[in-house]
Design a protein around this ligand. Structure first.
Ligand SMILES: *Cc1c(COP(=O)(O)O)cnc(C)c1O
Length: 366
C-alpha cells in the first residue's frame, strides 16, 4: 500500500538526533520555556524573515491568540467581523469564534482554492475589522490584492500558514502592513511537524509580540503578576528541540514536494481529472496535492483497489457542519463543489520516484 503520508518514514532519519535531544533536555532539568524554545523562536523568526516569533501549543491557539492579542491592545472588540474563506479548515473559523469575533465567509476561487479577493469588498461592513487569509493546501493566497484591500479599509491582516511553512509569504509579503501576524501549526503531518502538538506566531509588530509572549503564559510578563487574562499555551520545550533539528531541512523537503508536483502535473493525463493550478513559483509548498473529479467516490475506491491511499480535505464545508446549525442553509456553491469533488493524492518528501510513477500510471488508466 502506498500510504498517503508516511510519518514514520519522515521522522526516521532523525531518530538518533531526537534521542540525543531528549537526553539533553532531560539532563538540563528545565522543561518549560527554556533554551530550546528560545532557540527555535529565534531560528523560525529568521527563517520567516520576521522580527518576532512566539511559540505556542498548537496552530488553533496561534490563530486564537493573535485575535485575543489584538483585543488586549484595543485594536479589535468583541463582535467585530473577520473575513475568512468559506472552504477553509475548521480551525480558522473556530479561532475567530473563540476570540468572540464574528466570521464572515467568502467564497474561494475554484482554480486556487484560496479566497477570491474580488468578492471580499462586498462583504465589508462597518463592523469588519480583520481579514484572515488562509494559504490552503500550501499555496499562497493572493496576498498583494488582499493586503491592498486591508490597507484601504484599515483592516488587520492575519495569515493562517498552518499548511504553508516555507512559501515566500514567510518572507512576509505583508511587511508594509504592520497590522499583521501569521499563525503556524507543527502538527506532525504539516510540512514542518513535531512529534506532538506545536504552533507559533510570527509578526513584525513589537507591541503585539509583547502581548502574545504574555498571553500564552497566563497573561504574565513577570512571574505571579498577571497583566492580561491569559491562557496556558506554550510550545513544549522537547517539541521545540525536535523542531530545531528539522527546520534546517524544510526548504529541501518543500523542494522535494514541488518536484513530485511537477511530475504529477506533467504526466497525469486523464479527462476525468482536474489538476491543481500552480504558477511554478515558490508560492506553493504542496502541503497537499489536490485533484478534482466528478465521481470522487468511484475514483477513490479504484485507487484503494490499486493500493494507493488518498484522503479528502475536506468532505464537509464549515457552513454545513452540525456545529454551525445557523449557517446550514447558507449557499456557497463554489465551496460546496470543492468539498464534493476534491481528492488528495499521496504527497510527501519521502514518496519515492517509483511510487510517483505507479500512481501516475494507475490514474492514467482510470
Ligand atoms: C492544521 C491546521 C490548523 C490548526 O493547527 P493545529 O495545530 O492542529 O491546531 C489551522 N488551520 C489550518 C488551515 C490547518 O491546516
Amino acid at each position: 500500500m502506498i500510504s498517503f503520508l508516511d510519518l514514520k518514514k519522515i521522522n526516521e532519519p532523525y531518530e538518533t538526533a531526537f534521542q540525543e535531544k531528549l537526553k539533553a533536555v532531560l539532563d538540563s532539568g528545565w522543561y518549560i520555556l527554556g533554551k530550546e524554545v528560545e532557540t527555535f523562536e529565534k531560528a523560525f523568526a529568521e527563517y520567516c524573515n520576521s522580527k518576532y516569533c512566539i511559540g505556542v501549543a498548537n496552530g488553533l491557539d496561534a490563530l486564537t491568540l493573535i485575535f485575543k492579542g489584538y483585543i488586549a491592545l484595543g485594536k479589535l472588540q468583541k463582535g467585530d467581523e473577520v473575513i475568512v474563506p468559506a472552504n477553509t479548515y475548521i480551525a480558522s473559523i473556530l479561532a475567530i469564534l473563540q476570540a468572540d469575533l464574528v466570521p464572515v465567509l467568502v467564497e474561494p476561487r475554484l482554480e486556487t482554492y484560496n479566497i477570491n479577493p474580488d468578492l471580499v469588498e462586498e462583504k465589508i461592513t462597518s463592523k469588519t475589522k480583520a481579514i484572515l487569509a488562509v494559504h490552503l493546501y500550501g499555496q499562497l493566497a493572493e496576498m498583494e490584492k488582499v493586503n491592498e484591500i486591508a490597507l484601504k479599509h484599515d483592516l488587520i491582516l492575519v495569515e493562517d500558514c498552518a499548511q504553508s511553512h516555507g512559501t515566500i509569504n514567510n518572507k512576509q509579503l505583508t511587511i508594509n502592513n504592520l497590522k499583521s501576524a501569521a499563525a503556524f501549526s507543527f502538527y506532525p503531518g504539516k510540512n514542518l511537524g513535531c512529534l506532538g502538538d506545536g504552533g507559533a506566531i510570527t509578526t513584525n509588530d513589537a507591541e503585539l509580540a509583547k502581548v502574545l509572549f504574555s498571553l500564552r503564559n497566563y497573561g504574565s510578563e513577570k512571574k505571579y503578576e498577571n497583566k492580561y487574562i491569559g491562557v496556558n499555551s506554550r510550545l513544549d520545550e522537547l517539541q521545540a528541540g525536535f523542531l530545531n533539528l528539522k527546520l534546517p531541512n524544510l526548504d529541501t523537503d518543500n523542494q522535494k514536494r514541488r518536484n513530485i508536483a511537477k511530475r504529477y502535473l506533467a504526466e497525469i493525463k486523464n479527462e476525468k481529472i482536474e489538476l491543481p493550478f500552480w504558477d511554478f513559483s515558490n508560492n506553493h509548498v504542496f502541503h497537499l496535492f489536490v485533484i478534482r473529479t466528478k465521481n470522487r467516490g468511484n475514483l477513490q475506491e479504484y485507487l484503494t483497489q490499486h493500493n494507493i491511499q488518498t484522503l479528502i480535505h475536506y468532505p464537509i464545508p464549515p457552513h454545513k457542519q452540525k456545529a454551525f446549525v445557523k449557517w446550514n442553509n447558507l449557499s456557497f456553491p463554489i465551496t460546496e463543489k470543492i468539498h464534493n469533488e476534491v481528492l488528495s493524492l499521496p504527497m510527501s518528501p519521502v514518496l519515492t520516484a517509483s511510487e510517483v510513477e505507479f500512481i501516475i500510471e494507475v490514474l492514467n488508466q482510470y
